[in-house]
Ligand binder design. Structure first.
Ligand SMILES: [Ca+2]
Length: 593
């Protein structure tokens, strides 16, 4: 192929030397065609192209020969050359179109190959389909055969039933015949006997013989019939028995099978009933559990918040215990160092004042008298002081007072703003600046400043409330800024000998009656555990209070974590950030007095 194309090009270049540019262009086109042809050389459809190229070569040869013959005639040379070139150009363009077609055919062949693959797969699928169809047809045939056999069996069963009915009818007929024969036989016998007895002299021996012959004939006939009938009846009875036995046994078998099936079905039904019942119960239980869960969710949330609060308190307590242990270790070390440094066992010398010569008895007596006067004046001043803030007519503030039988003046903080006024503020927590983790004696006398955080003192509280004419108002503000109030119509604190026991009654307010849990309890401090708990509540919560087991309310505990009041309505602990306790004499006692 390549060689052929090269020849074509050579011929073209030799013949049309004058039209060199056109020929060059044609050469380039032919080269491009050669490249295309070389790419498609392996394609089987190039045969036609090859043939056309051969034809082209032959035509070119003829042209060459024609040119050589007409060399002399130069008149039409140029015209012929032009025509040839045009023809060649047309041929080349045709050739190119054919090459394009060949390429397209090549692409088509790839597609055809794919189609063939798909076709082969389709053929395989068709084979599978026909196989399946055959199987289905076989199954259909088998089904039809089964249906025919079933119909045949049903027909057989019907025939057997008909035969059985026929046999039964025949048997009944035979029995009827037999009974009729017996009846006739007995009638005949009676007639014979009658004739034999009543006509001994009638017509003589001829008639008697005839009767005897007739009688014998009848007897023979009936006897023969009777035997035949008996035989038939016996045979039928036997057949009937056999059939009946077979039927009965088949029926028994079927009945047993049916009974078994029924039993199984009943058992299954009972099981299903049980299952259904259990399912219903389970559903009910699940619903109940869901309802209980829904109901208990708020309680659980409250418990969780309570536990979180307690956890925080415990964590704080542990940290403080550790801190305290560290302090105690330091103290022990210091004590040990002090003991080791004590080298001289000399006892301390006590200096007693020596008697002055000028200090005589009369001077002492005079001094005692002056002192007595001063004491009387002091008592008068103290007695003239107001006993509580109810007697104060001024605004809120600090006033010197002498509550009850205390006998010593106290600087009390009066609150005239909170209705109805006349409140003695006995406790205040504001910011945790005052240490409330104090001993019994400090709680007895009181500590802190009435203008800030303070505890009035158990002794003062006792004297303020000893006549049981006081009411208590507790004001709280939680860490979220919400205000709470708990008021008690009755409030009193017993004396030191009774452990400053708490008494409250007549609650009202929005903070719940949390003090009731600790009502009638003695006061406890870190060094005086008077609660009913196995632990030391005052030490745990770092503040003195009327603890029981330990607390539902505590306003003297460690600031933030120790300050609590239990809100029973929501079952939640109020995290107290600010608190004030006020005491006021009630109008009830004023009326009594
Ligand atoms: Ca205790």
């Amino acid at each position: 192929m390549m060689l052929m194309c090269v020849i074509v090009v050579t011929l073209l270049s030799g013949v049309f030397c004058e039209d060199t540019e056109t020929v060059r262009t044609l050469k380039e086109q032919v080269s491009a065609l050669l490249e295309d042809v070389s790419l498609l050389s392996k394609n089987s459809e190039l045969t036609a192209l090859r043939e056309e190229l051969t034809a082209l070569r032959q035509e070119v040869e003829e042209l060459r020969r024609g040119n050589r013959a007409a060399t002399s005639s130069t008149g039409n040379q140029q015209k012929n050359d032009h025509l040839t070139v045009q023809w060649l150009a047309t041929a080349v363009s045709e050739l190119r179109g054919e090459v394009t077609e060949v390429a397209a055919a090549h692409n088509t062949s790839v597609e055809l190959q794919r189609r063939e693959e798909i076709n082969s797969e389709l053929v395989l699928l068709r084979g599978d389909m026909s196989s399946v169809r055959r199987d289905l047809e076989e199954l259909h045939v088998a089904q039809e055969k089964g249906a025919v056999a079933l119909a045949q069996a049903q027909q057989d069963v019907m025939a057997v039933r008909s035969q059985t009915q026929n046999v039964a009818g025949l048997c009944a007929d035979t029995l009827t015949q037999f009974q009729n024969a017996q009846t006739e036989w007995s009638i005949a016998l009676k007639a014979l006997k009658k004739y034999g007895r009543e006509d001994p002299a009638y017509e003589g021996g001829r008639k008697r013989r005839h009767q005897r012959g007739l009688c014998a004939q009848l007897a023979e006939t009936f006897c023969g019939d009777q035997a035949h009938l008996g035989h038939r009846v016996h045979r039928l009875e036997k057949q009937m028995k056999q059939e009946v036995v077979a039927r009965v046994s088949a029926l028994e078998l079927a009945s047993r099978s049916a009974a078994k099936t029924v039993f199984n079905m009943t058992r299954k039904l009972a099981g299903l009933d049980k299952l259904h019942h259990s399912m219903l119960q389970m559903l009910e239980s699940v619903e109940t559990l869901e309802n209980e869960l829904d109901r208990s969710v708020p309680d659980l949330q409250r418990e969780i918040s309570k536990m979180e609060f307690n956890m925080a308190q415990l964590t704080s307590s542990i940290a403080l215990v550790r801190e305290e242990q560290g302090k105690q270790r330091s103290s022990l070390k210091a004590l040990g160092a002090g003991v080791s440094h004590r080298s001289s066992p000399d006892p301390p010398k006590t200096v007693f004042p020596e008697a002055n010569d000028n200090f005589n008895i009369s001077t002492i007596w005079k001094l005692v008298q002056e002192l007595s006067v001063m004491q009387t004046q002091y008592q008068q001043i103290v007695t003239s002081l107001p006993q509580d803030c109810g007697a104060v007519r001024g605004p809120s503030g600090l006033y010197l007072m002498s509550p009850g039988s205390l006998g010593t003046p106290l600087l009390l903080s009066c609150d005239q703003t909170t209705a109805p006024g006349g409140w003695v503020v006995v406790q205040r927590r504001v910011d945790g600046s005052e240490d409330f983790d104090r001993k019994w004696s400090e709680y007895a006398t009181g500590f802190g400043s009435p203008s800030g955080e303070f505890w009035l003192g158990n002794e003062a509280l006792h004297h303020l409330t000893a006549d049981n004419c006081s009411s208590l108002r507790v004001d709280l503000r939680d860490i979220y800024g919400k205000n709470w109030v708990a008021e008690y119509d009755e409030f009193s604190v017993s004396g030191a000998t009774d452990g400053y026991r708490l008494h409250v009654a007549g609650y009202r307010g929005n903070a719940s009656d949390a003090l009731e849990y600790q009502n009638r309890m003695q006061f406890s401090a870190v060094d005086s555990d008077r609660d009913i708990s196995n632990t030391n509540c005052a030490a745990n919560y770092e503040g003195g209070w009327w603890f029981s087991h330990c607390q539902h309310a505590n306003l003297n505990g460690r600031y933030n974590l120790g300050l609590t009041w239990f809100d029973a309505s929501k079952n939640e602990w109020i995290a107290v950030a600010w608190s004030e306790m006020r005491v006021r004499r009630t109008s009830r006692c004023d009326k009594l007095s």
